[in-house]
Design a binder for this molecule. Structure first.
Ligand SMILES: Nc1ncnc2c1ncn2[C@@H]1O[C@H](COP(=O)(O)OP(=O)(O)O)[C@@H](O)[C@H]1O
Ligand SMILES: [Mg+2]
Length: 362
């Protein structure tokens, strides 16, 4: 048992609420309606994991909520601030001009993932897919212009069509791609204590998902090294929805289903947050053993949770519509008994958040 103090119990407000940090070696599901405090509570738990365990964490952060994770708040006690300064926390940006930027190497993606980016089907587009399959460029030589030009100048019509396709779709123009530069996946592979991947600032909707594919495929490829990492995905419905809408989304959902089903023994543990249980793929949801539930009004969603998380007494789930912001029900492997908790204070600075309405001047 590694006690993580995440707040106080609602029943006895003077009693600290404790989760077992050693039980993040399985998958965790976090849900509640928008504004119920999911991301805040997620931050509190991640801070405790960083302070009290050795577990490396990689966060997919679509709202730039964790981009300030390396900075403690001013009112934090000096002992905690000092311990915090020793943590190796890296952030990769997409939304701002801030460095370093989040990059993935297109050539490192699996063939099905490259094909998904190019919207290629292995059967319907068999010739172009095959051309893609046999493309062999060294990552350090991979540059957008020469790659497309080489394809365009090929004597092989399938290669020429592939070049046209990639040029027309403009997918190689995505700022996500590293080309000659190094990949953020290589940093995740080094296992610093935390890597924050700000995926919210890309303009093309495929980019956050392709970024996740690049990181997750690399983790999966190296799974036999058995080096644990907690893979945190906020707004997880954009990464593994029940019915993927694009080829990239389908590919990413497949990868997450695989990690959900088989990742545990390799130390690939998921921590997924979303508004409703039905918004993520059932094959991912059904693999989760820890539940954090914030306020959720819909009886249908609560019934769904009762179904999937059979270990939670329904009368506790039914309290969820009355939860205030910052209140949560925790149940499953990481708590001895289900408990209703008032979440404690964050130690680090909250990033992102809602934009303030600018005051009118004059
Ligand atoms: N336990 C808490 N203590 C203080 N502020 C909180 C707490 N939980 C949420 N908030 C604040 O409420 C707002 C919404 O919370 P957030 O975690 O972003 O909700 P969600 O992720 O569920 O949409 C944020 O501005 C956040 O700072
Ligand atoms: Mg949120």
């Amino acid at each position: 048992m590694i006690p993580l103090t995440v707040g106080t119990t609602v029943e006895t407000p003077e009693r600290p609420a404790v989760l077992d940090g050693s039980r993040f070696n399985r998958h965790t599901f976090w849900c509640g309606q928008s504004g119920s405090g999911k991301t805040y509570a997620l931050g509190v738990v991640l801070e405790q994991l960083l302070l009290e365990t050795e577990l490396p964490i990689a966060v997919f952060d679509p709202n730039a909520d964790f981009t300030e994770l390396s900075r403690t708040r001013e009112d934090v006690e000096e002992v905690d601030a000092a311990r915090w300064r020793d943590l190796d926390i890296r952030t990769f940006h997409s939304s701002t001009e801030r460095e370093p930027q989040l990059h993935i190497r297109f050539v490192d993606l699996s063939v099905p993932s490259k094909a998904a980016v190019g919207r290629l089907d292995p059967i319907i587009d068999e010739e172009e897919y095959n051309a893609l399959l046999h493309i062999d460029v060294r990552p350090e030589n991979f540059a957008r212009e020469t790659f497309i030009q080489t394809l365009a100048a090929s004597t092989d019509p399938a290669r020429r069509r592939l070049g046209l396709r990639l040029d027309n779709l403009q997918v190689l123009d995505w700022p996500l791609w590293a080309f000659g530069r190094s990949s953020s996946a290589a940093v995740v592979a080094e296992r610093p204590r935390a890597v924050v991947l700000d995926v919210g600032g890309f303009t093309h909707p495929g980019e956050p998902q392709a970024a996740a594919l690049g990181i997750l495929e690399d983790l999966w490829l190296k799974r036999m090294e058995r080096r644990p990492v907690l893979i945190v995905i906020d707004e997880a419905h954009n990464f593994c929805p029940p019915t993927p809408r694009t080829s990239v989304e389908a590919q990413l959902t497949e990868q997450l289903i695989q990690i959900a089903a088989e990742g545990r023994k390799f130390g690939l543990w998921l921590f997924l947050s979303t508004q409703r249980p039905t918004k993520i793929h059932p094959n991912v949801l059904s693999q989760c053993d820890n539940l954090g539930l914030m306020r959720m009004n819909s009886p249908r969603d609560l019934a769904e949770l009762a179904d999937v998380f059979g270990f939670v007494p329904p009368q506790l789930l039914e309290q969820s519509p009355s939860f205030r912001k910052g209140e949560a029900l925790f149940a499953g492997a990481f708590t001895d008994e289900p408990q209703r908790v008032r979440i404690g204070r964050r130690l680090t600075v909250e990033g992102g958040g809602d934009l303030a309405v600018a005051e009118r001047i004059g």
